[in-house]
Each structure stands twice: as C-alpha cells, then as structure tokens.
Design a protein around this ligand. Structure first.
Ligand SMILES: *Cc1c(COP(=O)(O)O)cnc(C)c1O
Length: 384
C-alpha cells in the first residue's frame, strides 16, 4: 500500500509500472542507442524528482526538461545524469546552467555569442549545448540552410561544448509516416553535410515515443521518450502502445460530505444544475485549481462505490459535487471517507487518461501534465 497522502485528493504513482515501461522501450532500441527520459512538466504530472530517479534506475541514460528551473529542481533533488533543457533559455541564466552542468538548446548565433559572453572561461565547466534543427515542425530550430554557418560560428566559441544535435517530429503519432520520413531525411542530410566538414556533434537524436515505436531508423545515437514511459498512448487511435506497457498514474479523491437533494434544489455556483428528483450527492475535495477542468468540457463523471458518479453543476476551484445515485443503489450507502477515482480503476470500471482526454476535448498529455503540484504524489512499488 502507498503511504497515506497529506490531502484527501492525491496521485498514486506505481514505480514498477515506470520501470517496466523503461525496459519495454529499451528493448526496442538498438544496443548503442541511449534513452533520454523526457520529464518536463513535473514528469508529465507524475512528480519530477522521484519519477526521474525511478526512470534512470530502470535504465534511462539522460533526461530532458522544458526549462532551466525544471533542470535545477532535478539537480537539487540529487539527479546527476545529463539533463537537457529543450526550450529557450535566456543568456542571463547560462552561467547557472554551466555551473550546475545542465545542457541548453541552441538554434541561433546571437544567442550562442551571448551565452559565451556570460560563461566565464575560468568556470570549471564549459556550457554544454545541443543544437536544434527545424526540419518542418516550425517551432524552435535553425533552418537546414543556416546550419553550417551556425556550427562554424560555434566552433569559434570554445567555452561552448557542442555535444548534440536534434530535431523534433510533428506527426510521428499518425498512421501516415510520410511527413515524418521527410523530416528525418532532411535531418540526415544536415548530419551528412556537417559530417563532411568535421562539424557533426557526438550525439544526434530525433525520435520521440511514437517514432521509437514505429520508425526504428530514426533512433540514431539517442531517442527521447516521454509519454510511453508513463504508459500512455502517443495517440489512442493511430499510435496506441503495444501490449505490456502499463499506465503508472492513478488519481483519487475522497467523499467529504453526502447529502440528499430534493426536487428543485440547485448545486454549485450559478445554480446550473437543478434536481428533478430526490437524489444523493457527494462533495469531492477536488477542483479546477487541481487540474480538474471546469469548462467548456469536464470529465463528465468519476467513480464512486464502483459506479459512475456524474458531475453536477459547475466544478469549483477546490470542490466538485457528484451524483452518487448509482453507488447508493448498488451498495446501500455512500459515506464520508469513501474513495473516488478520477483516473484509474474501481471494481470493474476504469477511467483512463485517454478517456478523460476524449471527454475534455484534449489529449492524454494535457490531462496528466495539468494536475497541479498541490496534489500530493505518493509512490509505491519498486524500491524507494
Ligand atoms: C515533449 C518532447 C518529447 C517527448 O515526446 P513524447 O511524445 O512524450 O515521447 C521529445 N522531444 C521534444 C523536443 C519534446 O518537446
């Protein structure tokens, strides 16, 4: 059993599931390919430091985050593996990154010059950087035509250690792989061009979870996996996980009050729900400030007493009222302290992150990464 959380709404993370997913994914990589665990956004809501520790212990070689602050949280938590910041880091933070041995992403010469000016040559370590290439996602990255010039400029900045080069796929979770193949072909052309001039960095990487699963050619020196490590589908229809992966996260709450409404009684702000019959309802101490969405679309129902409990009226900041008629009929009672399941299993029923995503009108990445830090995470399984 996991330890008791310090709040009646909490996340349980299964270390064994995380470790299992690392091993399953590793088995698909060529022996020489390193695995980078993407642990941005609080490890997709699973809790940054402990999740990263478990993933590294199970066989990941490095980790990636979105911001320097996320990288420093891992260093403060005792993580010594390589950490790559995938997003933009302003130059005034470059010296801190160098001191704490956090690798930054670069894609233009001006920022490179500014980084170099901020990192003192006397500092014990150089600043490690990976250069990001835009091959068609048109988010961050230097365009292929400007690559050689950028790498030549980087060669003249010895305080920067240009360790890696990478790109990111826009559609690798779709059935049609042609656009991903085009992106990858372009990336390989860039690698060849740089190789011919002796400018190719040591570590090239491109694949995300979907590409790891479906396009083995793209694995290169390292692959970056996020969603699959958490046991969630890159896409439920077009790129579901193969058998054997297990979701690691369960989200629970607790009934904090039960009452019976009479016909005409309204629930929550704005009195949007009005009872048409006598009905038992339960209050749950979870709301939109936990990442349980308010509008326009909600979860629609949670599980109480092994039955669906539909959300009534508006979800509040910290509380939600649900209809527990079905649980009453089945079990004869619903009591304060009873467990409610938001993601996970209760008796024969199950709500997956993918189910919740379909109702809310988003994807499973959004569902788990929006669960706020004030929801405590408790860990079970594995060795602590
Ligand atoms: C988030 C992210 C990943 C991980 O993607 P998954 O689909 O979760 O495997 C990889 N690379 C970059 C650049 C990312 O931003």
């Amino acid at each position: 059993m996991p330890p008791l959380p310090n709040r009646p709404t909490w996340i349980e993370v299964d270390r064994d599931a995380l470790a299992n997913n690392v091993r399953k994914l590793r088995r698909r990589l060529a022996p020489g390919t390193r695995l980078m665990a993407v642990v941005k956004a609080n490890a997709y809501g699973h809790g940054a430091v402990e999740t990263t520790r478990v993933l590294l212990r199970a066989g990941a070689d490095a980790c990636a985050v979105a911001t320097l602050s996320e990288g420093l949280e891992l260093r403060d938590g005792g993580i010594t593996a390589p950490i790559l910041v995938l997003g933009y880091t302003p130059p005034h933070l470059a010296a801190e990154a160098a001191r704490r041995d956090v690798t930054l992403t670069l894609y233009d010469g001006d920022t490179a010059t500014a980084y170099a000016a901020c990192v003192q040559p006397g500092d014990a370590t150089r600043l490690k950087v990976h250069v990001k290439i835009n091959t068609g996602m048109n988010r961050l990255g230097v365009d292929p035509a400007d690559c050689v010039a950028l790498f030549e400029a980087l060669r003249d900045l010895p305080v920067l250690d240009v360790e890696g080069i990478f790109t990111h796929f826009a559609t690798s979770d779709e059935f049609d792989r042609s656009h991903t193949q085009q992106q990858f072909d372009l990336f390989r052309e860039v690698l060849a061009l740089l190789g011919a001039s002796g400018l190719r960095p040591r570590v090239a990487h491109a694949a995300n979870s979907a590409a790891i699963l479906t396009m083995p050619d793209t694995h290169l020196d390292m692959a970056r996996a996020g969603i699959a490590l958490y046991g969630l589908d890159p896409d439920p229809e077009q790129c579901p996980l193969p058998d054997g992966f297990r979701p690691a996260l369960v989200w629970k709450s607790t009934v904090s009050q039960v009452r019976v409404l009479n016909p005409g009684d309204a629930v929550s702000y704005g009195r949007e729900f009005i009872a048409e019959r006598r009905m038992p309802v339960a209050v749950l101490p979870v709301g939109y400030a936990d990442g349980f969405p308010r509008r326009p679309q909600t979860w629609e129902y949670v599980l109480v007493g092994g039955q669906p409990a539909p959300i009534l009226g508006r979800v509040c900041m910290d509380q939600t009222v649900v209809d527990v008629t079905a649980a009453f009929l089945m079990n004869g009672a619903v009591d304060v302290g009873d467990e409610a399941v938001l993601i996970g299993r209760q008796s024969d029923l199950r709500i997956t992150a993918e189910d919740a995503a379909a109702r809310v009108g988003t994807n499973n990445y959004d569902i788990v990464s929006r669960i706020l830090a004030r929801v405590p995470r408790v860990y079970h399984g594995g060795n602590a």
